[in-house]
Design a protein around this ligand. Sequence first.
Ligand SMILES: Nc1ncnc2c1ncn2[C@@H]1O[C@H](COP(=O)(O)OP(=O)(O)OP(=O)(O)O)[C@@H](O)[C@H]1O
Ligand SMILES: [Mg+2]
Length: 396
Amino acid sequence: MPWTEKHRPKIFDEVKGQSPAVGKVMEFLRNFPSRKKAIILHGPPGTGKTTLAHVAANESGAEIFELNASDFRGKNKLDEVLKPALEQQPLVKKGKIILVDEADGISGFEDRGGISELLRLIELSNYPIIITANDVWQKKLAPLRKKSELVQLKEIDYKTIKSILIGILKKENKFIENDVLTRIAINAKGDLRAAVNDLQTAAGIEKSEISKISFDERNKEIDIFNALRAVFKGNPVNDTLRVFDSVNMPIDEIILWIEENIPLEYKGEELAKAYDLLSRVDIFKGRIYKQQYWRFLVYENILLSYGISASKNPSIISRGNFTSYRKPSRILKIWLNNQRTAKKKSIAMKYAKYVHIGEKRAMAEFPIIRQIIKSNQKIQKELKLDEEEIAYLKKH
Ligand SMILES: Nc1ncnc2c1ncn2[C@@H]1O[C@H](COP(=O)(O)OP(=O)(O)OP(=O)(O)O)[C@@H](O)[C@H]1O
Ligand SMILES: [Mg+2]
């Protein structure tokens, strides 16, 4: 079971670093019904929006009725979904709270008008509605903002994150060194879900393994540093074409390194030229992904090596002999993460669509979903999983 689920707060007291938001939600529910029937919890990922909605229901003894973007797709869909829920009186619990999770995913007015369905829901509902969204200021949500109270959740500071991580480790009876904890907390950049996931990963890795990983990383860095030096400082010669061959790194990652370091070496016109080439690399990249023209990989490689090298102004002879290249840390992290989760995501998406749940929920419950699909070829067929996806299921 993912720790993010296992240790999801159940009571207000466990929702950390968000006390103004917690207060506002409590007040909203206490005063209901009042002028506004809906409240929007908005803020960056992993800061407790969905959690706070569930906690609020739990604390007020209400039953939660959850809707997601797909319930707003197409007119009348909503009525179908809501009818049994609104007619049926809950037997045990006092009331209901309607949760519209991840409103960012609802379509705007132009295409089939999911948002107008949501507005209709607010109009008709006798129950308080809690809506969550990452970006509440996008245009399509403007009419929704008028009808709702806005509550912002903030990125959680790293010290608070760290103390939450320590609490979880205690409950799990596990130990992780202090500086690793600090690193995880800082790396998360306010996203508690990311931090808790990293924590679970780190807790499952042997100590010796952690150091091996960083050692591999270091070797890779020496390789890429040398290659960058050859491209940026050396003259473009035929051998330049092969400079990235010995770097043990996927080409997309190499692109990030080049992009990060061009301005450390080139100035003025040469800088513009180099970035122009990079933008062309991006176009090839898009075609490779979309149309599967793998042949274009060759051009990517040529542009990145010889092309970038030949962008420099030949009249500048001295370039200094040492540049300390920068690691494209933030983007790289996102990219690596995406690579790791790409297959998982595509499987989760197919599953989510099939059983009508949100993509994020499918991702969160993936360990269970995987078990269901893994052993059942009929479901695999039904979901139209491709060979790679099936292979992924078997391997993980
Ligand atoms: N303020 C918090 N206090 C304690 N734990 C938290 C908090 N925020 C998030 N978490 C942890 O992170 C996990 C994910 O949080 P949650 O699903 O509420 O994020 P979210 O804001 O809804 O993110 P998203 O925008 O991606 O939907 C929770 O299960 C919990 O373990
Ligand atoms: Mg959420």
